[in-house]
Design a protein around this ligand. Structure first.
Ligand SMILES: [Zn+2]
Length: 301
C-alpha cells in the first residue's frame, strides 16, 4: 500500500505539491519536525531546508545533484528525499511495508573531529580521505536503482566506535561499509584491502551491552560475499594489499544479521599511495568500481 505523497518544492518560497494524502497550497510549505519518534511532516508558513538535518548548510555531502536520505516519519513510516537539481528536492513518504523495496546502505566515514586517524607525510588526514570517499561513493551508489543511503557522519564530527555501532543498530541498514585508510610504521606497504569481522575474538563488554537487545549473530556469509565481490571487481584495476578479505575484531562490524565490511582505501604511510588518495578522480574511479561490485552482488542474491 502506498500512503506516500510526492512533492517537489522550490527552494525560494514557492511550493507545488501533488499528493493523495497531503495537498499544500502555494503559500504553504513543508517543515520536518523532530520528535521523540523521529521526524514528522506538517504544513507551515515557513520553510527551511536547514531543518532537515541532512540538508543543513554545512552538510556538503548532500550538495550533489542527486542525493537521498532516509528518515523515519512517526512510527512505521519513512520519508525519502532526493535532490533533483539545484532548486528542487523530491520528498516522498512511505509506509514501513515499502522499506523492503529499497536497499539501504549505511556509510561510515572513519575517524573525524578530534580523531584525525592516520596522517600522510604530505599532511593529509585519514578523516578527510574517508569523508571524501564516502561523498564520492554516495554519488556512485545513487546511480543504481533502489538505493537509500544513511551515514554515521556527514561532516567533521567526533564519533567513538560505540557511537557508530549504536547508529548502525538503530538504523538497521541492509549493508554497512566502514571506510578507512591504512598506515604502517614502514613506508613500503601499499594497496586496497577489505576487512570482515574476526568471529574468533570476543566482543568487548561495551559492545555486548549495545548488542544485548538485538538477536542473532554477525552475518559472516554475506559480509564475506560483499568483500569478495569488491576484491574481484578491483583485481587488475587497482593495487590490492591482499587478494582475499582479511578479518579483524572490529566493533563497527558486529551488528547482528547485517552484512558489514571495512574498506582500507590504501596506505597513507606510502607516499605514492597517499598521492593517489589525494586525487579525487582516483577516488571517484575507485568508488564507481566498489559501488558496481556491491550492487551486482546485491541483485544476484
Ligand atoms: Zn582508520
Amino acid at each position: 500500500m502506498t500512503k506516500s505523497f510526492f512533492c517537489t518544492f522550490f527552494l525560494l518560497f514557492h511550493l507545488v505539491c501533488a499528493t493523495d494524502t497531503y495537498t499544500l497550497s502555494s503559500d504553504e510549505s513543508l517543515v520536518i519536525d523532530e520528535t521523540d519518534f523521529g521526524y514528522h511532516l506538517r504544513a507551515s508558513s515557513s520553510l527551511s531546508l536547514a531543518e532537515i538535518p541532512a540538508y543543513a548548510e554545512n552538510s556538503s555531502i548532500l550538495d550533489t545533484n542527486e542525493s537521498s536520505i532516509l528518515l523515519s516519519v512517526n512510527k512505521g513510516s519513512f520519508i525519502r528525499t532526493k535532490r533533483l537539481d539545484a532548486k528542487h528536492v523530491e520528498i516522498t513518504v512511505h509506509d514501513e511495508s515499502e522499506k523492503s523495496d529499497y536497499f539501504t546502505v549505511l556509510l561510515d566515514a572513519g575517524h573525524g573531529g578530534h580523531d584525525p586517524g592516520a596522517l600522510s607525510q604530505s599532511g593529509m588526514f585519514e578523516k578527510d580521505v574517508t569523508l571524501d570517499f564516502v561523498k564520492l561513493i554516495s554519488e556512485s551508489l545513487l546511480k543504481h536503482r533502489g538505493v537509500n543511503l544513511m551515514y554515521t557522519r556527514i561532516n567533521d564530527t567526533t564519533l567513538s566506535k560505540y557511537d557508530r555501532l549504536k547508529i548502525i543498530l538503530d538504523a538497521q541498514p541492509d549493508l554497512v561499509i566502514s571506510v578507512h585508510a591504512d598506515a604502517s610504521t614502514s613506508n613500503l606497504p601499499s594497496g586496497f584491502g577489505v576487512f570482515v569481522l574476526d568471529q574468533n575474538k570476543s566482543a568487548s563488554m561495551r559492545s555486548i551491552k549495545l548488542l544485548e537487545p538485538f538477536d542473532g549473530v554477525p552475518n559472516y556469509t554475506d559480509s564475506t560475499g560483499y568483500a569478495n565481490a569488491i576484491i574481484k571487481q578491483l583485481k587488475n584495476k587497482v593495487k590490492l594489499h591482499a587478494d582475499v578479505a582479511k578479518t579483524a575484531p572490529l566493533v563497527v562490524l558486529r551488528a547482528p544479521g547485517i552484512p558489514s565490511m571495512l574498506l582500507e582505501l590504501g596506505f597513507l604511510s606510502n607516499a605514492d599511495e597517499a598521492k593517489l588518495l589525494a586525487n579525487k578522480s582516483y577516488l571517484k574511479t575507485l568508488s564507481i568500481e566498489v559501488a558496481h561490485a556491491i550492487m551486482q552482488k546485491h541483485w544476484a542474491a
